[in-house]
Design a protein around this ligand. Structure first.
Ligand SMILES: *Cc1c(COP(=O)(O)O)cnc(C)c1O
Length: 400
């Protein structure tokens, strides 16, 4: 038959050195910028953060951007600044990272889950409608894998009901929906610059908003509720004077991180272009395999291609997803899963009054998905080794 024995069955692996599923792209430019920030004498929130915020606003087309320490902080801060708190419900997806649900709980509100769309794996607007109650205050869609949610449908649900929309765009910097960048649709959009995301400050995040008053609340809210930060005060007549004018947190980004972020932002288009090249190669190879199905893009959207997720058709395989995942890893391909659904985590199950079986589309998808390596510094040879390993395993484990 000429079948190659998978490494997990005792054969030779496709790769000697494991390929991670994600890796940051950093060069000397970041080092130079970080050194400049260090040498400037001002290393925490200051002029570089302001410049970075201008850059994020310009990039996304949003009127204001406020930089914070993480996307989790961004979500918490945005929800709080929008007045969401105890007694309120926020509708979100079960197929996301824990941070999405946790941030809602930090604000004191209750995450209410709505099942996903089977094709895009984004929250399904029809399911959102079923979850709206008199306590619903906001919708919190997640642009899964960088593919924008159907924002027309989501805003169409939110606006007539007076609901707020806060987007988890941790995966989606640079994605567009109907020609406009993610960052300009909901009341607030939250980005992540964590190391594995499409651009990075090691840890970091930002909120984009259109409303000027809201932007001012976010700026104060990220720094103890003080309207002027230390940098601004340093230049004022009475640098010792400050007023805590609202409830605030300690979520300010540093100038060191912002300096790095500015360089990364300048490289974002080349990162996105390289992600596109790799995903197009994957799509071409994997769409030819009847054992797999691919995640579809939202109509009118251009994905930021943060994650490359394949879905196995379990009935076509002699091995289960977890065995295939382990087999891929044994081949030197560090595949992963995004995500274990929120309602299947013991903490959320106990807190949110949710049970296995509640979100069948999400649960079925979660048992079939595999995230393959995707990052700009992958070579064509790396991508080729991913394709080779997947094909090798499909050949070996397919039901004939
Ligand atoms: C990474 C991630 C977050 C959290 O981002 P941090 O910057 O690490 O706080 C939130 N939501 C999703 C979907 C993520 O992938």
């Amino acid at each position: 038959m000429g079948l190659k024995l998978p490494a997990i069955e005792g054969g030779a692996p496709v790769r000697e050195k494991a390929l991670p599923y994600a890796r940051q792209s950093l060069g000397d430019e970041e080092l130079v910028a970080i050194k400049q920030a260090l040498d400037s004498g001002w290393i925490t929130t200051g002029p570089k953060v302001a410049e970075f915020e201008k850059g994020i606003a310009k990039r996304t087309g949003a009127r204001h951007a406020v930089a914070v320490t993480s996307c989790t902080a961004a979500l918490h801060l945005a929800l709080s600044a929008l007045g969401i708190g105890p007694g309120d419900e926020v509708v979100t997806t079960p197929l996301t990272f824990a941070a999405t649900a946790l941030a809602i709980m930090y604000a004191g509100a209750k995450p209410v889950l709505a099942d996903i769309d089977d094709k895009t794996l984004n929250i399904n607007p029809l399911e959102i409608e079923k979850k709206i109650t008199p306590r619903t205050k906001a919708l919190l869609p997640v642009h899964y894998g960088g593919n924008p949610c159907d924002m027309d449908a989501i805003m169409g649900i939110a606006k007539p009901r007076g609901l707020l929309v806060v987007e988890d765009a941790a995966h989606a910097i640079g994605a567009t929906y109907k020609g406009r960048e993610i960052g300009v649709f909901g009341n607030a959009t939250c980005f992540s610059f964590h190391a594995v995301k499409n651009m990075t400050t090691a840890e970091g995040g930002a909120v984009t908003v259109a409303d000027e008053g809201l932007a001012a609340n976010l700026v104060a809210g990220r720094f103890f509720g003080i309207t002027s930060d230390a940098w601004q005060r340093a230049a004022s007549e009475k640098p010792w004077e400050y007023d805590v004018s609202e409830y605030g947190f300690k979520y300010n980004l540093t100038d060191i991180q912002a300096a790095m972020g500015l360089v990364q932002l300048g490289k974002l288009d080349s990162f996105l272009a390289r992600r596109k090249e790799i995903t197009e190669m994957y799509d071409k190879e994997f769409s030819a395999l009847g054992e797999l199905s691919l995640i579809e893009n939202t109509t009118g959207a251009e994905s930021a291609r943060h994650l490359y997720v394949i879905r196995i058709r379990p009935e076509r395989f002699k091995a289960g997803r977890d065995r295939l995942l382990a087999a891929l890893r044994a081949e030197g391909i560090s595949a992963n899963v995004h995500y274990k659904p929120i309602h299947l985590h013991s903490f959320f199950a106990g807190k949110l009054d949710v049970n296995p079986g509640d979100f069948p589309v999400c649960e079925k998808a979660a048992e079939e998905i595999i995230t393959l390596p995707l990052f700009p510094d992958m070579t064509d040879g790396d991508a080729g080794s991913v394709v080779e390993a997947v094909k090798k395993l499909v050949d070996y484990y397919r039901v004939n």
